[in-house]
Design a protein around this ligand. Sequence first.
Ligand code: FE2
Ligand code: FE2
Length: 246
Amino acid sequence: MMETLNKNKQFTVYGADCKRRDFLRKGVKLGTLAAVTGMSLLSACKEESEEEGEVTPSEDLMREHGVMNRILLIYDTCKLHLTNNEPFDLAVLNNSAQIIRTFIEDYHEKLEEDYLFPRFEKANRLTDLVQVLRSQHKAGRILTDRIMEFGKMKSLAGMDENQKLVKLLGDFNGMYRPHGSREDTVLFPAIREIVSKNEYFALGEDFERKEHELFGEDGFEAMVEKVAIIEKQLEIYDLSQFTPKL
Ligand SMILES: [Fe+2]
Ligand SMILES: [Fe+2]
């Protein structure tokens, strides 16, 4: 038993743990790193393992879509209140639109525009899709500006404004649900086909660095918490309320 354990341990440390990785990217890098710094292969492997625990660029972008989807649910809820003539604090719209502006438009979509779209255009892949996605980012900004204007009002003047806001929220959600889904299922999976493994992991590091620069070390968690506060205000935080009674 002990022999097996030791064997496994040795195998893990000096063999499988490193072999599992791409030697082109990491084997050479580890060797060079160990030679230059005097770092043991064991600690170099450990460092690489920790690096692998980081989120990939697609995972990063998809969990940002998760934040966006929670805002879409907030917009749905506000829209329902407006349709049913139920009062709610319009500030929730401004607070939600501020999250869309800072976290989705100025950060998430900027990553897509700066790091992904140009790579697809250069590779002449999915260019029609990229063109639509770009134009939807522009339209999204216009809609967010308008939602913010409503969100800063104390109350709506009448049914005319009520209807305008209903349409605005419907337009926003109607565009962003298919937008995000298309990116999740078509654009993001295709990134791996047009960049090398090295470049793919480097993208992930760039995304993380940007996120930390803009929002701090726990930027993502803080953003999720902000969304949760708005959900609680609208009483849509408790997930079990969405389970149908069967
Ligand atoms: Fe996008
Ligand atoms: Fe996106």
